[in-house]
Design a protein around this ligand. Structure first.
Ligand SMILES: [Zn+2]
Length: 111
């Protein structure tokens, strides 16, 4: 499956460097999400508008925050993150619990 990177003002603010990540449950190894990470730094939150799959977790940015479930592993039920609004950008995201996810780079692309 091929994903086209999202380009918008958030990405521009972080430079041209993006990575597509496969994110896995730390506890059981289940694949949780495909996610676009813009710019350098650790993964501390998952912006709703950067989640590519699965469908259950996409387009959450259009929902009211209280309609979004806590992100948890579908297999072992471990809690992974809590929905909140990242105030600096007024942008909906999951605040992820420390070390809840293992990330693997899916694809490298510049631009
Ligand atoms: Zn799990």
């Amino acid at each position: 499956m091929y994903f086209e990177f999202k380009k918008d003002e958030y990405k521009s603010a972080r430079g041209t460097y993006s990575r597509l990540l496969n994110l896995f449950c730390r506890v059981c190894g289940e694949k949780i999400l495909v996610y676009q990470k813009d710019g350098p730094g650790n993964l501390r939150r998952l912006y709703f508008d950067r989640i590519f799959s699965p469908k259950k977790w996409t387009n959450l940015e259009s929902k009211p925050l209280n309609a979004v479930q806590i992100l948890s592993c579908p297999k072992c039920k471990e809690d992974i993150g809590t929905p909140y609004i990242y105030k600096k950008e007024n942008r909906k995201a999951f605040q992820i619990y420390q070390d809840a996810l293992i990330k693997k780079i899916r694809k490298l692309k510049v631009g």
